[in-house]
Design a protein around this ligand. Structure first.
Ligand SMILES: C[S@@+](CC[C@H](N)C(=O)[O-])C[C@H]1O[C@@H](n2cnc3c(N)ncnc32)[C@H](O)[C@@H]1O
Length: 216
């Protein structure tokens, strides 16, 4: 029997632990081919979100920032058959693209429009088990305010891109990051790092992934 060949650690992890569905593969490839800056999650991060959703028995999930729907597919893969996921996207072109990919996914509802208005409309469906924040960085604080009110005790609040291109921990200004965004992201991580309110960790993924279980 020939041994599989691995190119690096990530390749090893992906080959052993990450089984994308054909649709996930299609969405990831389309997102990469059609956008210079592919901003989808990485496959192993998707598998992690799916595992976390499953571990807490999530039935209701919100994702802020759909893009093409890659992370939505992963999150939904951690739901039981009765579970639901709402994914929020304000850009009409991206929403249309995602809607096309997600059209047969009956556990996923795509909500088009600015996330603040969408979240307000979704409140009657709460409380939610998991919220995944992956959209406009300047609003991470207000999304966290909302999550603190509408995620159940024991539920998860997860934020992506929380290194903010390393601006959260570096002293010097980072060319592509506004100071207001740096303050917002630092405050976001600081709040979730409070052990009296959260059991939490930040993972050193390429972009930074903050994972917090709400204790109140
Ligand atoms: C990083 S991408 C999301 C990637 C997606 N979670 C994934 O991993 O497949 C961020 C998305 O958030 C959307 N977005 C930014 N600000 C938003 C807002 N205020 N309301 C809703 N969506 C927003 C952007 O248009 C973009 O498509």
């Amino acid at each position: 029997m020939t041994q599989p060949v691995f190119t690096d650690r990530l390749d090893y992890i992906r080959q052993l632990f990450v089984a994308e569905t054909p649709l996930m593969q299609q969405v990831r490839q389309a997102a990469a081919a059609e956008n210079q800056d592919n901003i989808s999650l990485h496959p192993e991060e998707g598998q992690l979100l799916s595992l976390l959703a499953r571990l807490i028995g999530a039935e209701k999930i919100i994702e802020i920032g759909t893009f093409y729907g890659y992370a939505a597919l992963w999150l939904a893969s951690g739901l039981p058959p009765t579970g639901q996921l709402w994914t929020l996207e304000k850009d009409p072109v991206r929403a249309a693209r995602a809607r096309m990919f997600l059209q047969n996914e009956n556990q996923i509802t795509l909500v088009e429009g600015d996330a603040h208005a969408s979240l307000a409309r979704l409140e009657p469906h709460g409380p939610f088990d998991l919220i995944f924040i992956d959209a406009d960085k300047l609003n991470y604080g207000t999304y966290l305010d909302w999550a603190e009110q509408h995620v159940r005790p024991g539920g998860l609040i997860i934020g992506d891109n929380t290194f903010l291109f390393d601006a959260v921990w570096k002293d010097e200004p980072i060319a592509r990051v506004r100071e207001t965004a740096r303050h917002t992201m630092r405050a976001f991580n600081q709040r979730l790092a409070d052990p009296t309110r959260y059991k939490s960790i930040m993972l050193p993924t390429a972009e930074g992934l903050t994972i917090a279980q709400k204790l109140f």
